[in-house]
Ligand binder design. Structure first.
Ligand SMILES: *Cc1c(COP(=O)(O)O)cnc(C)c1O
Length: 389
């Protein structure tokens, strides 16, 4: 008799990972020989900066880096992260207890609920949201309460909804936001810290897009808010800032007890980040910030090309404030975001992500990623005229 393999309930309860589905459709179109412009995936098209690659080469040659990493990472990396944090946010972190390297921020976000969530504990998530949070909470047995993000509230959750929620253990927020490209105001974060302190709610802040912003308006760290370090942990990433998505490097920082709890999960699941990659991370943090300006200028040019192009076709879209996504209300001729995305692919060979894939409240929107060269954006706009006519 064949062995009967039954996957776990926790896996069965997960929806299919959105980007895998989108990518399948994209691949099928490409296999048919079509010239597809993918505005679907949040992976920068540029390659990692030279000084980072050079530092990696040197570190790979050094046999001292070939062994298991230190649990808490290369001490110099933690020191450089704290120094960067102080320069960027004017927040002081203790490198020994308030900073911890991760195998990409997604790894930390995925493991963190195991550190603080008991089965049945309630976690507040925004709707829409980056899909990984939902899976992470579900794996820990947590129950999710969604907080709707609406354009009318600048895609921020309502403080009153948090205030009214019965005994949540934690809340996960992400600003600059994927997928809505909204940013958090100081007023919102101040209120969030106030209500979460009062109700004993752990704040998880995902700041993967801290350096992707427009018109010079720098996003805040929640740790800038007085009292936040008592209740918050923040997740940072090298991926988007330095074009390092493939390297898998990020960090958690903030409240020392929360950082230590995450470290305990990690010491039982992985053995840290390859030392050579940590040395590459040190080189990244030491890079002249001017280099990062070029990245922002590039996304700003693409953003303006897409927003202005769509506007010329009569499709009015609010420009993003942060992250490299455009969150666009679908043209009224389409009944829903899936139909809209399908029409873009079928009629114009353009991949956009249906908003409903990020949650029920994402219905009525599509997400377009600014991760293709500006000439391709111009080309995409031209093709869109066929879909929008
Ligand atoms: C890309 C992304 C991440 C993952 O970053 P890694 O450091 O590459 O794991 C986390 N959160 C959001 C919202 C993202 O878009």
């Amino acid at each position: 008799m064949p062995f009967n393999i039954e996957i776990s309930e926790r896996l069965k309860q997960l929806p299919p990972y959105l980007f895998v589905e989108i990518d399948k459709a994209r691949r099928a179109a490409i296999a048919e020989g079509r010239d597809v412009i993918s505005l679907g995936i949040g992976d920068p098209d540029q390659v990692t900066h030279k000084p980072i690659v050079e530092a990696m080469k040197k570190a790979v040659e050094d046999g001292a880096n070939h062994h298991y990493p230190f649990d808490a990472g290369v001490p110099q990396l933690r020191v450089e992260i704290a120094a960067w944090f102080s320069r960027r946010f004017n927040v002081q972190l203790d490198p020994a207890t308030e900073v911890y390297p991760l195998i990409g921020s997604k790894e930390g976000l995925a493991h963190f609920p195991l550190a603080v969530i008991n089965p049945g504990d309630k976690v507040l998530l925004t709707d829409p949201a980056y899909p990984a949070y939902q899976a992470a909470v579900a794996f820990a047995g947590g129950k999710i309460q969604y907080l709707p993000l609406k354009a009318s509230n600048d895609f921020l959750p309502k403080i009153a909804d948090i205030e009214a929620s019965k005994d949540p253990k934690a809340i996960i927020v992400c600003y600059p936001n994927n997928p809505t490209a909204a940013v958090a105001t100081k007023g919102f974060y101040t209120e969030l810290v106030r209500v979460c302190t009062q109700k004993n709610i752990i704040i998880v802040s995902d700041l993967a897009y801290s350096e992707v912003y427009y018109d010079g308006a720098k996003p805040l760290s929640i740790l800038e808010i007085p009292g936040a370090k008592d209740i918050a942990i923040e997740f940072h990433s090298f991926s988007k800032t330095y074009f390092m998505t493939g390297w898998r490097l990020g960090w958690a920082c903030g409240n020392a007890q929360l950082v230590a709890a995450l470290a305990k999960v990690k010491s039982n699941t992985d053995s840290g980040v390859f030392n050579a990659i940590q040395h590459a991370g040190i080189a990244a943090l030491q890079m002249d910030p001017v280099e990062i300006e070029d990245m922002r200028a590039c996304y700003q040019e693409r953003r303006d090309a897409l927003i202005n192009g769509c506007r010329s076709l009569g499709w009015k879209i609010d420009p993003p404030k942060g992250a490299y996504y455009v969150w666009a209300k679908i043209p009224s001729k389409f009944p829903d975001s899936m139909t809209c995305a399908k029409a873009f692919l079928d009629l114009a060979d353009i991949v956009v992500t249906p908003g409903v894939g990020f949650g029920k409240c994402g219905e009525g929107y599509v997400r377009m990623a600014l991760t293709v060269p500006v000439e391709r954006i111009h080309e995409a706009v031209q093709r869109m005229s066929k879909v929008l006519a």
